[in-house]
Write a protein that binds this ligand. Structure first.
Ligand code: DAH
Length: 339
């Protein structure tokens, strides 16, 4: 019996010495110590051993088993250490190598102009709120005093999702959402994307951006509108900027106006930039129409307000002297990097 056990032990030693990887070690373990392994077979044959010899033989089998397990374990640790070393070597990082150049993107001119506008209006105590790009006809037209048969609706014929829902043509709907909250006074701007069925050219795009403004409080007058927008214009285009209000018509304001700023290139003398006019149009504005207030459950005898709408691209194009709106949407990195 002893010889047999020794033979098993020696064979195990030999096989372990020759095994190349952890799988091979495992095979050896199964082959010798497994359910049908050689050593297990020896244990099974114990029933043939004389009763008085059993404890001794049993001890021998156990010793052999322990020894083989020790051999397997030692070989396993050695192999694992070798694998770890190889991995560490292969993953060495040379920290002295120059790093990959990290190209950081750039704020879009629209975004720069928007942040500038937000800075100016937040400075005057305004809140920035967002309105939905997919809008109900009611908010885009009806509640802004543009009923179904109003000609202003033709001008802004747009992308309908269904008969009642559309991609908004103006950010003015955000005014209605804000008024409906029933929290007065209101001082807010609402920037965002708008959509119109326009062909793409140097000054048009089917998708562009507006920044809406709305102030509602007791005793607000056209003087507040003028003072506010003049201040904003000077902040945007420089302290020498003058403003001019031309009468205009918007269904949701009365009276309404468009505001021009003196050309910041020529100071108003007239140049190629302002097409000889000396003035550049930058927004629409007016006193909120009493009917618009009423529709949003605000009493026009108690509250008045003004509203305005900047075209964001317009500001970006002017401020950064970009002569074609399409450049703003091509996202050519060489163009964007200039600002
Ligand atoms: N929503 C108008 C447009 O798309 C711009 C505008 C004009 C907004 C007058 C206003 C406003 O809030 O009072 O042309």
């Amino acid at each position: 019996m002893k010889d047999k056990l020794n033979a098993i032990l020696e064979k195990a030693r030999e096989q372990v010495a020759q095994s190349a990887d952890l799988n091979a070690l495992n095979d050896i373990r199964v082959q010798i110590l497994g359910k049908k392994g050689e050593l297990t077979e020896v244990l099974k044959s114990m029933k043939d051993v004389a009763a008085e010899d059993r404890p001794k033989i049993g001890q021998m089998v156990n010793d052999t088993r322990a020894e083989i397990e020790g051999i397997l374990e030692a070989a396993k640790s050695k192999m694992e250490a070798a694998v770890r070393d190889a991995k560490l070597k292969s993953e060495v990082i040379d920290v002295t190598l120059p790093a990959d150049r990290n190209r950081i993107g750039h704020r879009h001119p629209n975004q720069i102009a928007l942040e500038e506008l937000e800075r100016i209006f937040i400075g005057m105590g305004y809140e920035v709120v967002e309105g939905p790009e997919v809008e109900k006809d009611y908010y885009n037209f009806e509640a802004l005093n543009i009923p179904a048969d109003h000609p202003a609706k033709d001008e802004q014929d747009t992308f309908y999702v269904n008969g009642d829902i559309l991609l908004r043509t103006q950010t003015s709907g955000a005014q209605v959402h804000e008024m409906e909250k029933g929290r007065l006074p209101i001082r807010m701007i609402s920037p965002g994307r708008v959509f119109r069925a326009d062909e793409v050219d140097a000054t048009h795009s089917p998708s562009f951006h507006q920044v809406e403004g709305l102030v509602i409080d007791k005793g607000i007058t056209f003087a507040d509108l003028k003072g506010t927008l003049e201040h904003a214009a000077k902040e945007l285009f420089g302290a020498d900027t003058r403003v001019k209000f031309r009468p205009h018509h918007f269904p949701f304001t009365e009276p309404s106006a468009e505001m021009d700023v003196s050309c910041f290139k020529c100071g108003g003398k007239g140049c190629r930039f302002c097409k000889g006019e000396g003035w550049i149009e930058i927004l629409g504005c007016g006193m909120v129409h009493p009917h618009v207030l009423e529709m949003s459950k605000i009493d026009p005898r108690e509250y008045t307000g003004f509203a305005f709408g900047f075209g964001l691209e317009r500001i970006a194009l002017l401020k950064y002297e970009i002569d074609d709106m399409r450049l703003l949407y091509e996202n050519d990195d060489r163009f964007l990097r200039q600002f």
